[in-house]
Design a binder for this molecule. Structure first.
Ligand SMILES: [Zn+2]
Length: 391
């Protein structure tokens, strides 16, 4: 049996058909969901890529693995790729997410890491000087560089990730395969390929909006349409990835976990992007699990994405013990500091005020209150560059 862990980066759960019947532009995900178990209560441990992936690949909470804005390196825990590699899996990572570059340590332990950027080779293990504070800001800039790169290159392009996946599947040998694939196209800025972008939204492609920056209500519909176009493109490529598994005869021999690492704000709290709060739209993520024999419809059980680590270890026959949730009935994560504990509240209350969805706790994990407002990153000097144009 092979294992495929596919992260659909920055994908909002409410923008794909398996979770929202009004969506008509994600047919591949719908087809896949029909073969899989669809989890309706999956919570990511962080609202941005680095700590979210670190939790996925170590089974640890962010305050345990330590990868954060302040300290952007993963240096704790036993990575999933290491466990599966020791169990005889050939382990391959394919991604173009700057927070997963070798300097952050998240993909350490894979037999092979495929990324687009040639210069990342300079950041491979022999050159790493992690844990040095002077490098921190450089790593942060690397992460931000991804947004800049997407702005410069203008158009989302997952063709490298797709061709690398096809190559891995076509040359797959006798050893079981663990493929970690991150597809980042729904990520800010939104530059979908022409055939996916609505004409009316095109004008926003080159606008220098800022991740986490404010948006004015007049912009939200168009930005949202651009985001949906990115999701439609992501869905197409995801479908091609699944077709590649089928073409290689591996679809029914593979355990698939398809998950979001976090969502995206599209004007909620008048913010664009992610990383800046723990609203539902950011930490409630899509999750599909398809064992070789197929899935089992919908599952409403609360699940933390870090728990997938233990499920995958167990499926590979290398059981590792989950120390358990901090609270059995809650999902926990982190948003910068302090620690945030997500508490599942009745839907009526969540709709009433999502800001009361979380409890804030101090560094000793002591819950201070269940009704604290979510800290918002809203620096007062942030301004839009230029004004939205008409039409
Ligand atoms: Zn991400």
């Amino acid at each position: 049996m092979n294992i495929a862990l596919i992260v659909l980066d920055t994908l909002r759960k409410d923008r794909i058909a398996p979770y929202n019947r009004t969506i008509d532009f994600t047919p591949a995900l719908s087809d896949f969901a029909a073969d899989a178990t669809t989890y309706t209560n999956a919570i990511s441990q962080a609202p941005w890529s680095l700590p979210a992936h670190a939790s996925l690949l170590t089974g640890l909470y962010p305050w345990q693995h330590g990868a954060s804005q302040r300290f952007p390196y993963l240096h704790a825990g036993t990575r999933l790729q290491t466990v599966l590699g020791d169990a005889g899996f050939n382990t391959v990572a394919i991604h173009n997410n700057e927070w997963l570059l070798p300097v952050t340590g998240v993909t350490d332990g894979f037999d092979r890491v495929v990324t687009r950027s040639e210069w990342t080779r300079l950041l491979r293990q022999p050159w790493r000087i992690d844990r040095l504070e002077p490098l921190r800001s450089a790593v942060i800039r690397l992460g931000s560089w991804g947004n800049l790169r997407r702005t410069i290159t203008q158009t989302s392009d997952l063709s490298d990730e797709l061709s690398a996946t096809q190559s891995v599947l076509e040359t797959h040998g006798d050893d079981p395969l663990f493929l970690f694939l991150n597809l980042t196209s729904a990520h800010f800025p939104y530059n979908p390929p022409d055939q996916y972008a609505e004409d009316a939204a095109h004008q926003y492609r080159s606008r220098p909006l800022e991740n986490g920056g404010p948006v004015v209500p007049a912009e939200i519909d168009r930005l949202s349409a651009l985001y949906d176009a990115e999701v439609a493109y992501l869905d197409t490529v995801f479908g091609q990835v699944i077709e590649s598994f089928k073409a290689a005869g591996l679809y029914d021999e593979t355990l698939f976990v398809v998950v979001g690492d976090h969502g995206e704000l599209l004007g909620e709290d008048e913010i664009l992007g992610h990383h800046f709060s723990v609203r539902d739209e950011l930490i409630e993520v899509p999750l599909f699990v398809k064992p070789p024999g197929g899935g089992d419809g919908r599952n409403d059980t609360l699940i933390e994405t870090r728990e997938l680590y233990y499920r995958l270890c167990k499926a590979a026959g290398t059981e590792r013990t989950d120390p358990g949730r901090l609270y059995p009935d809650r999902a926990c994560g982190i948003y910068h500091e302090p620690v945030i504990y997500g508490s599942r509240l009745p839907s009526a209350r969540r709709e009433l005020d999502t800001a009361q969805f979380y409890a804030v706790a101090d560094q000793d994990k002591r819950v201070l209150t269940d009704d604290s407002a979510v800290p918002q990153h809203r620096s007062p000097d942030r301004q839009l560059v230029g004004e939205p144009s008409d039409g």
